[in-house]
Design a protein around this ligand. Structure first.
Ligand SMILES: [Zn+2]
Length: 345
């Protein structure tokens, strides 16, 4: 029986994602452009996770892209292939937002502590006590690596983005005298995973961005690592909201998110990797998204601040309590899973 944990406070989301409320127009425009690029790729033939042939009509379309549930594993697939050129165009434009700096970025530390330390704590409370060595793949700027170091674990990070790795190392250096992040190309990325001596491989918000997730599944299976810690985005109420409110930035299913997991496709993926789940933490931002959809539309309808304040008082202030109902119903926008190899030591 896996350890189950539900929900988390939304306060950091409210303060750190203010843009989602105030910059709806530019965010929506960018998402639609990215979806157009995606819709220009060749049609996807097989499920991103179980690789069964996708048959039948799309289940729904949102912001210019059709989506189809896999008949075998219920994974939600975008109708198009995320080709090499799509991925390059998507992530090259993301790269280079942050630059290596000698100055301590206070937001970096704040984000590592507020968002990533709770993730590390969930891992620590799930695993038997030991000083684990972690390889964080797709580490980006290394928030999870810093959070692990702050919790006195041994941790290294791996990413294909040199800019993010350099920025992250420049920040982490302020906390400990090392540069734990390493940048590698796509081929070396999977080789490093196969050859790691880490006890735990973590992939937080990474698997959904991989062009060929099967390469990751294989690399993990072949590695000596006994544990895997991952988080992935899920099909949930947020996706229905995005289908209805087409004038609001779709946070869950656009841009780099071309496919989403379901409870069944998580089980299928665990089977492919030959792991068993020992810890599951579900928390979503579905109700935050509902509140955002309402607020953006009320504001564009020109309602008074008094009305907006009343909506906050009666509904916005209860987001966490309402979200908890969805989380505990296993129907929310994100899941964290700690899993152990079935063939493990
Ligand atoms: Zn499938």
């Amino acid at each position: 029986m896996a350890i189950e944990k539900y929900s988390k406070p939304s306060t950091f989301y409210l303060s750190s994602k203010k843009d989602f409320f105030s910059s709806n127009e530019p965010l929506l425009k960018k998402a639609i452009e990215q979806n157009q690029l995606y819709a220009n790729q060749p049609k996807r033939a097989c499920c991103k996770i179980c690789q069964s042939r996708l048959v039948g009509d799309v289940d729904f379309s949102s912001h210019g892209v059709g989506y189809i549930f896999c008949e075998k594993c219920n994974h939600l697939n975008g109708s198009y292939d995320d080709t090499q050129s799509f991925v390059e165009k998507m992530y090259m434009s993301e790269d280079g937002k942050e630059y290596a700096s000698n100055y301590l970025d206070e937001n970096f530390e704040k984000r590592a502590i507020e968002v990533y330390v709770p993730k590390v704590d969930f891992l620590i409370t799930t695993l038997p006590p030991k000083k684990y060595k972690i390889l964080d793949v797709g580490c980006g700027s290394g928030y999870f690596v810093l959070a692990s170091l702050l919790r006195n674990l041994s941790a290294e990070g791996l990413d294909v983005s040199r800019t993010m790795v350099e920025f992250g190392n420049s920040q982490i250096r302020h906390h400990c005298d090392s540069a734990p992040l390493k940048s590698v190309d796509e081929v070396a990325f999977f080789d490093e995973i196969k050859n790691t001596d880490a006890d735990v491989i973590s992939a937080i918000g990474v698997i959904e961005h991989l062009r060929e997730p099967q390469k990751f599944f294989e690399a993990f299976r072949e590695s000596a690592s006994n544990y895997l810690y991952y988080s992935v985005p899920m099909f949930s109420l947020s996706v229905a909201l995005e289908n209805v409110f087409s004038n609001v930035f779709p946070r869950q299913l656009s841009g780099g998110h071309t496919h989403l997991f379901t409870e069944e496709s998580i089980i299928e993926m665990n089977k492919i990797m030959d792991v068993s789940s020992i810890g599951e933490w579900r928390f979503g931002t579905d109700i935050m998204d509902l509140y955002r959809n309402l607020t953006v539309n009320l504001q564009s309808n020109g309602v008074s601040q008094k009305m907006v304040d009343y909506v906050y008082k009666g509904f916005g202030s209860k987001i966490d309590a309402i979200q908890h109902i969805l989380d505990s119903n296993h129907s929310c926008s994100e899941i964290h899973v700690v899993a152990v190899k079935n063939s493990g030591v």
